[in-house]
Design a protein around this ligand. Structure first.
Ligand SMILES: *Cc1c(COP(=O)(O)O)cnc(C)c1O
Length: 350
């Protein structure tokens, strides 16, 4: 056996994974030649997309390179997954021993950290965000949790955590993985902690093409982490997690033109968000400042607002969390729909 020193990732990983040899898919083994009869694929391509009869690469190199260029991160620090949701699940499966380990989260926050953990019988330590929904800065309560999730901007509150506070968490929790979920970071790019990746082996960042990149239907997310974390996660990931059509769509979204379109969308959505936020405040709702493509608004008569929106055919998000029973989250939309939502709210609240 190798006497490799235990990196943080190997120390934290489920011990059985250190022995596990990952499935040697035909694509991983590779080979050279003109006749490919090693993977029981069909020789007939009936689809309009070239090579769809063939298994895709586990991590399509062109896609990883494109995302690496976009974020300024080395290829071996990137994992592409079926959405950020799969990345959450992969982290839990890679690092948490069922029935023994726990993850930590600061709520109210994104539901999938807790749900994913529970599906693997992994504990969930739920700590409360401060009264103003900022992140508590005493991290002693999460000691012992293998993964500490920080959502930034936080869904559903929209609140932002400054990179300085995240760096403090990384320093206070050197033996744990701090997972910063940046699903909405394109709407607040100055808050990204990507630049801290090389400095902190305990930092993991989650990204997605589902929000600003307008590809929720494609299911494409990314994990950015140290090479060691990436290599442990690669032992757990499915052999072919990135369908060929998905990588093609994702590469186009990450091209020069794709990035420009994304930026234009972000600008437009932020403008409509300001418009919606101002209208809500004028109508007496309390609105949290948001760094994402949504706002959380609190109403005096939540029943009336919920019913009114429903009657108007507007589907927004309500919450069961005791702190959010009076709140509704509104995703930003285009100019036309924003106008219709504001009109409906005026009818309901005036
Ligand atoms: C939407 C969302 C995700 C999931 O993203 P997918 O890539 O679509 O799986 C992850 N985290 C947060 C905070 C989200 O809001």
């Amino acid at each position: 056996m190798s006497s490799r020193p235990l990196t943080l990732a190997r120390q934290l990983a489920r011990p059985e994974l250190l022995q596990l040899e990952p499935y040697q898919s035909a694509r991983r083994i590779g080979g050279q030649g003109d006749i490919w009869i090693n993977a029981n694929e069909s020789p007939f391509n009936r689809a309009s997309l070239p090579r769809l009869n063939r298994y895709p690469e586990c991590q399509p190199p062109a896609l990883i390179a494109a995302y690496g260029r976009y974020v300024g991160v080395a290829d071996n620090q990137i994992v592409c997954s079926r959405g950020a949701d799969e990345a959450i699940e992969l982290l839990i499966r890679t690092f948490c021993i069922p029935g023994r380990d726990s993850i930590a989260q600061f709520g109210p926050t994104y539901g999938m950290y807790g749900i994913s953990a529970r599906t693997f019988n992994v504990g969930v330590v739920s700590l409360a965000l401060n009264a103003d929904y900022s992140l508590p800065q005493d991290f002693s309560a999460v000691a012992g949790c293998k993964l500490v999730f920080i959502c930034n901007p936080n869904n559903p509150t929209g609140t932002l955590v400054s990179p300085r506070v995240i760096e403090q968490a990384l320093q206070d929790l050197p033996e744990q993985l701090v997972v910063v979920d940046e699903a909405y970071i394109e709407f607040s790019p100055a808050y990204s902690v990507v630049s801290l990746l090389d400095k902190y082996p305990n930092l993991v960042i989650l990204r997605t093409l589902s929000k600003a990149f307008a590809l929720a239907g494609a299911r494409c997310g990314f994990m950015l982490a140290s090479e060691d974390v990436v290599s442990m996660v690669m032992r757990v990931i499915a052999p072919y997690p990135v369908p060929l059509p998905v990588s093609e769509l994702a590469e186009a979204a990450l091209s020069e033109a794709g990035l420009q379109a994304m930026q234009a969308d972000v600008t437009l959505l932020n403008t409509q968000g300001v418009r919606l936020s101002q209208a809500l405040q004028q109508l007496g709702a309390e609105v949290l400042p948001s760094g994402g493509n949504f706002i959380l608004a609190f109403f005096d008569d939540i029943q009336a607002v919920s019913q009114g929106l429903k009657d108007a055919g507007i589907v927004a998000r309500a919450y069961k969390d005791p702190r959010l029973v009076d709140a509704i989250r509104f995703s930003f939309s285009n100019e036309l729909e924003t106008g219709l939502v504001i009109e409906a709210l005026e009818r309901i609240l005036n």
